[in-house]
Design a protein around this ligand. Structure first.
Ligand code: FEO
Length: 169
């Protein structure tokens, strides 16, 4: 059984994951309008992945006999100045989410809530991958700087991304 405090914290994370999805969709829209169709695709796939994260929390709360309560989703930013700006903001956001996952894990440890602790381990590993993936794109963007042909090639590469949810369980 989840404690009230843990239930509220996990519900807060549903909101954070859906906000992440919403923000990446907003970034996708900006990229699309800027002519960066591959970047736009990468962001749409990322948005889907974030909804998958939100649903993992949703199912976990229900499974543990808790009540899912959905709150308002804040309006995401709508404008960036460059692809570099988009990915700089993305890395900062993922680092913030990593901090949230760490806080949730600390709460699970404080409460000796072993089931929540085990559940959160998946997200700890996932955040390592998320930060590494975003950081790799950011490194390439820094190398390219204002080289249009480099940006074109990277755009094509990011256009290949396809999010496939892992099998249940
Ligand atoms: Fe769900 Fe990108 O963290």
């Amino acid at each position: 059984m989840l404690s009230k405090k843990m239930t509220a914290a996990l519900n807060g994370q549903i909101n954070a994951e859906i906000y992440s999805s919403y923000m990446y969709l907003s970034m996708s829209a900006w990229c699309e309008q800027t002519g960066l169709a591959g970047f736009a695709n990468w962001m749409r796939q990322q948005a889907q992945e974030e909804m998958f994260h939100a649903m993992k929390f949703f199912h976990f709360i229900s499974e543990r006999g808790g009540r899912v309560v959905l709150e308002e989703i804040a309006k995401p930013p709508t404008d960036w100045v460059s692809a570099l700006d988009v990915f700089t903001a993305t890395l900062a956001h993922e680092q913030k989410v990593t901090g949230m996952i760490n806080d949730l894990t600390n709460l699970a440890l404080d409460e000796r809530d072993h089931a929540s602790n085990i559940f959160l381990q998946w997200f700890i590993s996932e955040q390592v991958e998320e930060e590494a993936g975003v950081g790799a794109v950011l490194d390439k963007l820094k190398l390219i700087e204002k080289d249009a042909s480099g940006l074109f090639i990277l755009d094509q590469e990011l256009g290949q991304r396809l999010f496939t949810p892992p099998p249940a369980g």
